[in-house]
Design a protein around this ligand. Sequence first.
Ligand SMILES: Cc1cc2nc3c(=O)[nH]c(=O)nc-3n(C[C@H](O)[C@H](O)[C@H](O)COP(=O)(O)O)c2cc1C
Length: 222
Amino acid sequence: MTLSDLDRLLAERHSCRAFRPEPVPKDQIEQILTSASRAPSWCNAQPWNIVITSGAETDAFRKALQNEVTTGAPEPDLPFPTAYTGIYQERRRECGWALYEAVGVQRGDRAGSAKQMMENFALFGAPHCAIISSPKELGAYGAMDSGGFVMAFTLAAQALGVATIPQAAVASYGKFLHRYFDIPDDRLILCAISFGYSDADHPANGFRTDRADLDEIARWVG
Ligand SMILES: Cc1cc2nc3c(=O)[nH]c(=O)nc-3n(C[C@H](O)[C@H](O)[C@H](O)COP(=O)(O)O)c2cc1C
């Protein structure tokens, strides 16, 4: 494999916000998990644990989550960012606007943007959802290791033509997820990954995000 193969995979992967309903065969999900498990972790602790829904269980979860969002309050295990300022605020706005533009929500249309945001809790129509957790005692490093797992999961999936989207929005209902999936309280729920086959013609999948130039992210010493 060459760097250009990897670059192509990296460039093809994007966050999918509209899925077709067909399920991913279980052996392919197993392949994705096996490949993603090659992610490095401090002391090779492999702190990630994944609860994966399929079929009617995904639909039941989707319904229960949507109900929780309309009746309950967000209670994430990991504190959400306190602020996005400066360049981070700019990038956040840019990708938000790109999505809203793609789906025809005008700037300032709060009802329209809220409706699109709620698609998170419908799992964007995905047939599967993976809930990623890490032991509380491993703290930020367990979360960091699991971030590598999430990245590897998205790339392995992409290599099999399976589309993904990591979702902090789902993890914001952490307390509910612990109850619903019986995830012990000594684990931190980090994020979800909804996945399946892309509804490629859906407007929500009709934009791509940019990346900063190297001189914005790297400082050379020597
Ligand atoms: C940890 C994590 C959490 C994310 N949470 C959400 C989310 O809740 N909802 C959403 O629409 N996108 C979410 N995303 C997707 C990002 O918006 C997306 O990765 C970013 O805009 C770059 O676009 P790309 O993935 O298409 O390259 C998340 C991504 C990551 C890595």
